[in-house]
Design a protein around this ligand. Structure first.
Ligand code: FAD
Length: 631
């Protein structure tokens, strides 16, 4: 329907008149309710229960409609926004016909709590772009700052809201879950009807129609835990098809609203990151990057700027305009040492905040694949661009499942059913050296410099620094690494960041701890001249290629000629990789053995319990048996 150019108003009318006709088309977007699916050990033991948001009943007192933008900062493929528009549609409306798109700058949200000034800027750019796009359609964005639980009810009263729509947050990110529960309570009290729609992933994660969990019997602990089994699951749902994205509302989709001068002057987008209030209930040392006006005013060099318009342009530039590149893309063959332009799409900052819909990206890739020359080789998931988008859904599904089994456990080692316990140490000096790119290993330090400067690094660069911090060299917990990334990355993403840190630290999903990235040899073959290092660690720029990855092997006269004084201009290595990497492998082996023993005794005790041996060891917690089942 979308591809043949149905206008939005016609689409909305179709939805209202023929809900059953459109259900196949909209598939997963249709239903409201459910955020997190609960876990049951088997269908016999417990029923699937879902958390139901107050449903959007058309019989609620009539008034205005609000669409609350949280992530999903876009107009295209936004089923919740389209639903809001359908509620004010002139012909069918039981509401007053007014619609208010709202964004709450919430400093305690995952996106803003620990964020660098660069990402704060990026988010403000996204918000401004959204406001501009809405203004082009005769509407605008109403921006308030503070706690949505307090700010939204004030707006509901001021604007006479009776219905609110928003995108669902299905991963179970703890702050979002708590916020949404409180907003739901407040809405109930205020008589505001709330409906949410899943549109963050290719398919809904949970128990909604067409959702992943819905297709594994309704239990979140039944989900596939490898990429290949995830691909199999996807191929079974609607024959592996990905729902088509919905069009952006057209210029005539927003109803004309009576001029209101005093309201027009209020609730404008924020201009400066320092306008973002301090997070509630946190002291300075608990927050990640802290900036003041002086730092915030310094020019930053983000890899991309924010906003839906730029996101769509980026998709056009990297995917649509390069059908052969897209069709033959193989992630492991992309280069992480590019210095001029990145070797991957750099859609991640946009996908993480929802400036671009994954379904839009998916279908743009399909179209590009179809347009590629017949002689161009076709790559396949998991290494193709489609494969990257599947990794994204898989990571989100795992986060959803972890939190469904132990709320709030994703992103931490404790209680996380997907994470092995490893006795990491904690050395603030090592951690600081890593964060500041002063490890003495130029390739690692170059990656950290790019992160600091551009808010982004290529996937394999992330591999290198994550492995170095954890099991490779420094033996520091992946949790502190993930937290630092969460602050610095433009694309900081609750599901993806934590999943990848588990993987790289061999705490979950990838267990070949004996395969370790060398901070020296890994990139030498791809970038023998060390151009990437020369760009990001300019103090080493004059070193001959032979020494660029290992400046400590150069003699004094070579260093002097290159203007490098080791220990002064550039640090000596903080650890000896050849020594510590071997020690760390031994520690990993011990941790894995302990894990295996714990599993064996859990199995034994379970066996005794089921054989009715009352004198056996006390029952293991349900959590442990779930963990065993999942791994
Ligand atoms: P492309 O290769 O062009 O892929 C397109 C899209 O697919 C990406 O934008 C992303 O949404 C998705 N994707 C790509 N690779 C992965 C992957 N390995 N897992 C899941 N989805 C993927 N990505 C984030 O978006 N946010 C994070 O916070 C994040 N933290 C990471 C932490 C570590 C330690 C590692 C190793 C990886 C992390 N990644 C994260 C995954 C990956 O590195 C980035 O998504 C990717 O490099 C972004 O560049 P791109 O958009 O050009 O990717």
């Amino acid at each position: 329907l979308v591809s043949i150019g149905t206008t939005t108003s016609a689409l909305v009318a179709l939805l209202l008149l023929f809900p059953s006709f459109t259900s196949g088309f909209l598939g997963s977007h249709q239903q409201s309710s459910t955020t997190i699916t609960r876990v049951g050990s088997s269908p016999r033991h417990s029923q699937i229960s879902t958390v139901t948001m107050s449903s959007a009943s058309k019989s609620a007192a009539t008034g205005a409609v609000m669409h609350w933008f949280r992530k999903g900062l876009r107009l295209h493929d936004n089923p919740a926004l389209l639903h809001a528009l359908s509620l004010v549609d002139e012909k069918n409306s039981k509401t007053s016909g007014a619609i208010y798109p709202v964004y709450v700058v919430d400093p305690n949200s995952y996106q803003l709590l620990k964020c660098s000034v660069m990402r704060a800027n990026f988010i403000l750019e996204c918000v401004k772009d959204l406001d501009n796009s809405l203004r082009e359609r005769g509407s605008r964005l109403y921006v308030v700052t503070g706690d949505p639980v307090e700010e939204l009810p004030k707006l509901w009263t001021e604007l006479g809201i009776t219905h609110m729509t928003h995108e669902a947050d299905e991963t179970g990110e703890p702050y979002a879950v708590q916020r949404d529960a409180h907003v739901k309570d407040a809405a109930k009290k205020a008589g505001v009807s709330v409906i949410d729609f899943a549109s963050e992933t290719l398919r809904p994660l949970g128990n909604r129609e067409g959702g992943y969990v819905a297709n594994v019997g309704g239990f979140a602990n039944n989900i596939p835990t490898t990429m290949s089994s995830f691909q199999k699951l996807l191929s079974k749902i609607d024959r592996g098809s990905v729902p088509l994205p919905l069009e952006s509302p057209g210029k005539d989709s927003f109803p004309e609203q009576a001029a209101n001068d005093s309201l027009d002057r209020k609730y404008r987008p924020l201009e400066h990151p320092c306008d973002i209030p301090w997070p509630r209930g946190y002291s300075r040392k608990e927050i990640g990057p802290v900036w003041d006006r002086k730092t915030a005013n310094k020019k930053t060099s983000p890899i991309v700027k924010g906003g839906e318009s730029l996101a769509l342009a980026q998709l056009q530039k990297t995917v649509t305009a390069r059908p052969d590149w897209t069709a033959s893309f193989e992630k492991p063959k992309t280069s992480c040492t590019e210095v001029s332009s990145p070797s991957t799409t750099v859609l991640s900052p946009y996908l993480s905040i929802g400036c671009i819909s994954p379904r839009t990206a998916w279908h743009a890739v399909s179209d590009a694949n179809a347009k590629a020359k017949s002689k161009t080789s076709r790559s396949k998931p998991p290494v193709s661009v489609h494969g990257q988008l599947l990794w994204r859904d898989f990571n989100n599904l795992i986060a959803h499942s972890a939190n469904a089994q132990a709320p709030g456990s994703w992103g931490q080692m404790q209680n996380n059913v997907y994470c092995r316990d490893i006795p990491w140490s904690s050395d603030p000096a090592l951690l600081t050296a890593w964060k500041e790119g002063r490890t003495g290993y130029p390739w690692i330090d170059a990656c950290m410099a790019q992160l600091r400067t551009e808010g982004w690094i290529h996937h394999l660069g992330r591999h290198a620094v994550a492995c170095f911090l954890t099991r490779g060299d420094l033996w520091q917990s992946w949790e502190v690494g993930a937290e630092f990334f969460e602050g610095e990355l433009l694309d900081a993403d609750y599901a993806l960041n934590n999943f990848n840190w588990l993987w790289l630290s061999c705490s979950g999903f990838f267990y070949q701890y004996f395969r370790c990235y060398s901070p020296v040899a890994f990139q030498k073959k791809n970038d023998p001249n060390g151009n990437y290092i020369r760009k990001w660690v300019p103090e080493l720029a004059e070193l001959p290629a032979k020494y660029i990855y290992e400046p400590w092997t150069a003699n004094i006269s070579i260093l002097k000629k290159a203007g490098v004084k080791l220990g002064v201009d550039y640090p000596r290595p903080i650890v000896d990789h050849t020594v510590v990497s071997k020690e760390n492998m031994s520690k990993m082996k011990l941790a894995y053995d302990a894990h295996k023993n714990a599993e064996a005794s859990a199995k034994k005790s379970k066996g005794k319990q089921t054989s009715g041996d009352a004198s056996g060891p006390p029952k293991k917690k349900a959590k442990k048996s779930v963990q065993k089942k999942l791994k």
